[in-house]
Design a protein around this ligand. Structure first.
Ligand code: NAD
Length: 477
């Protein structure tokens, strides 16, 4: 137990309205459908009433995007860049407000939204602003042309960052956008809509339609949507792939993961333990590329586990707006139930569960940092995505065994390797079936680095030059 320091970032710096409409054609408008509540997961208080976009609302948004496409796609890249640079600068100017709002709506610690999410969001807009007038030099064909209207559906774990990954490259290439944020985290997307107004972005270039899965379905299956960009669960990704099969919509799917974080006996152990902790407990483990399976070489397993548990004992779980908080609130009651269920199954199947003693707040959704040892490949906890602060530990003897275990998953989004040997890093990177392999680090993101999966983690790449290909005709990265 410990006393929380007074929250340095107060809720008073954000202006949360009692209710929000949809952002269509440059204006906030009332939806024609019903509404739903978005809740602060750290307190369970209702933050605002949000419009649930109906099929008719989605149709209006797509029509607005289509009208805007004519002007936006013909505008010079240099002009489009000016708008993207302007948006990036406003994001920097309003960074504190965005970070606080993200932490309130999502539950993530303020030090993460302030130091990771929002700066990386701004970096994405700066990066793709830089490409807008250089598309013909991207190696994606001599006369790159935009696709048209992009329908984008995003999850709740990095609400603003996933928006940036989708909106920035789409706009840079001359597309217009209809974006649906996740139902538990709509507020920063709506603040982003305000930022679009502040930047004088032409009406209809960005449209934000809030709602649940049915709104997402209406967006991706609308006949006038040319491109579908989805980030979320593998189950929904598959449903979307089926829904758009047989159409000429271009699609990118960024789906789930079950990353292996592999620690060899020559690794710098303290650094590796920090990487393991960051790999799984960053953002409460609500990370598609979370290092949720620790593969540790048998000869150092006891030492690594001992140090890991000591380090876990120092993690602070609690108020997301307290700058000392390491682990914030679980995003929703549903997600908490899923984490509890899979953890209970882990125990029932014979794995050993450990969590440090920690005082959890009495209201809100919370789960302590948890590690399972004695885990085998057969355990569900080793195979399924928990999407929470839960680490499964497996051991290996040889590099070949580590590769076999790491690849023994339907997913293939990311992996981490900890070793002093450069040749081993290169060997492992070539053998691991994962879109990203980090060496002696984990969860590092840069707008210039492409990100995406193998196997059931999806297809297509976001970020970097490759991220442009997803929004241009005939381009393949
Ligand atoms: P989810 O699939 O339940 O929802 C994602 C979004 O899809 C939400 O906006 C939701 O409303 C919408 N949706 C639901 N059903 C739909 C349908 N039938 N058609 C269209 N849209 C629909 O996922 P989630 O719980 O919000 O997010 C967690 C998942 O996202 C995890 O599996 C995680 O690994 C994955 N994720 C992947 C990446 C990546 O880059 N690969 C990044 C972040 C999260």
């Amino acid at each position: 137990a410990f006393e929380y320091a007074p929250a340095p970032e107060s809720r008073s710096i954000v202006d949360i309205k009692p209710s929000y409409g949809l952002f269509i054609d440059g204006e906030f408008v009332d939806g024609r459908g019903t509404s739903f509540k978005t809740v602060n997961p750290a307190t369970e208080e209702t933050l605002a009433e949000i419009a649930e976009a109906s099929d008719a609302d989605v149709d209006l948004a797509v029509r607005a995007a289509r009208r805007a496409f004519r002007g936006w796609s013909r505008m010079s890249g240099k002009e489009r860049a000016k708008y993207l640079f302007r948006i990036a600068r406003i994001i920097q100017e309003r960074a504190r407000e965005l970070a606080v709002l993200e932490s309130i709506d999502n539950g993530k610690p303020i030090k993460e939204s302030r130091d990771v999410d929002v700066p990386v969001v701004a970096a994405h807009f700066f990066y793709y602003a830089g490409w807008a007038d250089k598309l013909e030099h991207a190696g994606l064909g001599p006369d790159p042309q935009p696709l048209g209207v992009a329908g984008q559906v995003i999850p709740w774990n990095f609400p603003l960052l996933m928006l940036a990954w989708k909106v920035a490259p789409a706009l840079a290439c001359g597309n217009t956008v209809v974006l649906k944020p996740a139902e538990t985290t709509p507020l920063t997307a709506l603040l982003f809509a305000e930022i679009c107004q502040q930047a004088d972005l032409p009406p209809g270039v960005v449209n934000i339609v809030t709602g649940a899965g049915s709104t997402g379905q209406a967006v991706v299956s609308h006949p006038d949507v040319d491109k579908v960009a989805f980030t979320g669960s593998t189950a929904v990704g598959k449903a979307i792939a089926r829904a758009i099969a047989g159409t000429d919509k271009k699609a990118t799917l960024e789906l789930g993961g079950k990353a292996a974080n592999i620690v060899f006996d020559d690794a710098p152990i303290d650094q590796a333990v920090e990487g393991i902790v960051g790999g799984i407990f960053f953002n409460q483990g609500h990370v598609c590329c979370a290092g949720s399976r620790l593969l540790v070489q048998e000869s150092v397993a006891d030492e690594v586990l001992g140090r890991l548990k000591r380090r876990m004992g120092t993690l602070r779980v609690g108020d997301p707006l307290d700058k000392n908080t390491d682990i914030g609130a679980i995003n929703s009651a549903e997600q908490l139930a899923r984490i509890r269920e899979l953890s209970d199954i882990g125990e029932a199947e014979g794995a050993e569960r450990w969590a440090p003693a920690c005082d959890l707040p009495s209201s809100g959704f919370w789960f302590p940092p948890t590690v399972f040892t004695g885990v085998t490949q057969a355990h569900r906890i080793a195979r399924e995505e928990v999407f929470g602060p839960v680490l499964s530990v497996l051991t290996f003897r040889t590099p070949a065994e580590a590769i076999e275990k790491a690849n023994n998953t339907p997913y293939g989004l990311s992996a981490g390797v900890w070793t002093e040997k450069g040749s081993r890093i290169l060997h492992m990177a070539s053998q691991l079936r994962a879109g990203v392999v980090w060496a002696n680090t984990f969860n590092k993101f840069d707008p210039a680095s492409p990100f995406g999966g193998y196997k059931e983690s999806g297809y297509g790449r976001e970020g970097g030059r490759q991220g442009l290909a997803a929004y241009l005709k005939g381009a393949d990265a």
